[in-house]
Design a protein around this ligand. Structure first.
Ligand SMILES: C[S@@+](CC[C@H](N)C(=O)[O-])C[C@H]1O[C@@H](n2cnc3c(N)ncnc32)[C@H](O)[C@@H]1O
Length: 372
């Protein structure tokens, strides 16, 4: 049997983009369904997320893969999640539907996958789901309102974005258009976190329009994609409270990144941003448990990423890069030495998945100086 194996699933990507991670729909050959091998880790995380979520619910859950492409994510979920689920795979492109059918059949997954051909908005308007996944070529924003409405109370909305230039401040006009957000901190080390918080903030605002709350529980920036998973719940009053977690970011006088609950127009700023936690620790613990005994596509990388996310779940926003503070503070200690010193001094300090050199800490410059 031909095709490629990703995780425990046999996929049938078009030969045109089999070996080359694609970044945009433009790289897809005409008339061919879309598959990106560079997204294997993103799909690994989906398997763990859906398994953790289904086990927590203790009943069969339904998942909407609204932009399913070749069905790589849908069929991996159906095949690999060790809990009762039903996946609805939707795509508008006939070639994609043919690929999904083939993948479902080859993996004996017909009992767990329901296939839908049509526009994602109509599909999402047709019913509600426990988990809604948006994996577009580019920005998830055009589908966001439909996805919020389609997510059941207590469900998860997962939004991947590949227009990272718009989110991370490289293309500020696109960021303003698509996300209604300003990003004037693109020259700073933490631009990826600003991008993730813009995406989280946009999801929270979309939910609030429907008197609903969307709380980010997982926020990842990796290579050419960003992804935020948010828990969606009903509740006007809770939506009001959640909106108070939106803020603008500025750079403080010491040059350290801080979230400031004020609008600052003169100095560089970015917002509106989700200013709450990026991840939910209990969800990450459940995902790590789901990884036990699983054969993932990018096992080592996925587990390392999960461990880093867990560390930063309760960490302060943004980070310092010791090397970049050399001018102000002198020869820097090694990253892990600094983290240990800060923790011993009773300050918060962890690594971050967004920068291998970064240290997330709420220490002031004076406190850093004392421990340098
Ligand atoms: C990035 S691909 C999905 C990849 C897939 N989730 C995976 O993991 O391999 C995006 C898909 O969205 C589909 N699409 C774009 N606009 C759509 C719309 N309005 N309704 C339904 N499908 C759409 C495209 O045909 C394409 O297959």
């Amino acid at each position: 049997m031909d095709g490629v194996v990703e995780g425990q699933t046999r996929l049938f990507p078009p030969s045109t983009n089999l070996n080359k991670p694609s970044r945009s729909p433009g790289e897809r050959a005409k008339g061919q369904p879309f598959y990106n091998p560079g997204m294997a880790l993103n799909r690994d995380l989906s398997v763990l997320l859906v398994e953790a979520f289904a086990k927590a619910k203790g009943r069969e859950i339904d998942v909407a893969d609204a932009l399913a492409g070749t069905g790589a994510r849908s069929v991996r979920l159906a095949r690999e999640v060790r809990a009762p689920i039903l996946v609805h795979a939707n795509d508008a492109q006939p070639e994609a539907i043919a690929a999904i059918r083939r993948t479902v059949a080859a993996n004996d997954a017909a009992a767990r996958v329901s296939i839908h051909e049509g526009d994602a908005h109509l599909f999402l308007a047709s019913r509600r789901f426990d988990v809604v996944d948006l994996d577009p070529c580019g920005s998830p924003m055009p589908f966001l309102d439909a996805a919020v409405r389609a997510t059941r109370h207590g469900g998860l909305l997962c939004a991947t974005a590949t227009d990272t230039g718009a989110l991370a401040g490289k293309f500020p006009k696109a960021g303003r258009r698509r996300y209604d957000a300003h990003h004037g901190l693109h020259a700073q080390a933490w631009r990826s976190e600003v991008g993730l918080r813009i995406l989280g903030g946009a999801i929270a605002r979309a939910a609030a329009r429907f008197d609903r709350v969307a709380t980010p529980v997982l926020s990842i920036s990796h290579g050419h994609w960003m992804r935020v998973v948010a828990r969606v719940e009903d509740g006007k009053k809770d939506a009001d409270v959640a909106l108070k977690q939106l803020a603008n970011a500025t750079v403080d006088g010491e040059g350290l990144g801080r979230i400031a609950l004020r609008d600052q127009t003169a100095a560089p700023w970015a917002g509106p941003l989700w200013a709450g936690s990026l991840h939910e620790a209990t969800l990450l613990d459940a995902m790590a448990a789901a990884a036990e005994g699983q054969t993932l596509a990018r096992s080592k990388e996925t587990l390392e990423l999960l461990a880093l996310l867990r560390q930063e779940a309760d960490a302060p926003p943004f980070w310092v890069v010791p090397d970049l503070l050399q001018k102000q503070l002198g020869q820097p200690p090694r990253r892990d030495v600094l983290i240990e010193r800060l923790q011993k001094a009773g300050l918060r300090a962890t690594r971050t998945h967004l920068d291998p050199q970064g240290v997330r800490t709420d220490a002031s410059l004076a406190q850093l100086k004392a421990l340098w």
